[in-house]
Design a protein around this ligand. Structure first.
Ligand SMILES: [Zn+2]
Length: 109
């Protein structure tokens, strides 16, 4: 299910079905306020916003969708193309997968 503009209801957000740790992961990825480089750079805590792979800024979308270093892990979780919207705002199963993927990458966010 996807939220249309203006009808977001926090009570019905499937994030509520996740355990606390996964909730935190999803919440940080949604807001972009996380330990990824793009945000750390903004806070003056990292020299550069670019990901280790060197191709792009390290944003939640980069990690979830395009980072070449994470391709193998990503394919274990998603065999077919899945939008970043589904990964962060989709049903609880999808959110859980996203949180597990992040744990598997070993990235601290
Ligand atoms: Zn990367």
């Amino acid at each position: 299910m996807h939220w249309g503009y203006g009808d977001y209801n926090p009570q019905e957000d499937p994030i509520n079905k996740l355990d606390r740790r996964s909730q935190t992961t999803i919440f940080r990825l949604r807001t972009g306020h996380c330990g990824l480089k793009k945000h750390l750079k903004r806070l003056g805590l990292a020299d550069k916003a670019h990901c280790e792979c060197g191709s792009e800024e390290q944003t939640p979308e980069h990690i979830l969708q395009t980072c070449p270093h994470l391709e193998t892990i990503r394919q274990k979780f998603w065999q077919e193309e899945t939008s970043v919207g589904a990964k962060l705002w989709g049903p609880a199963d999808e959110l859980r997968k996203t949180a597990d993927f992040l744990a598997a990458t070993g990235l601290r966010i």
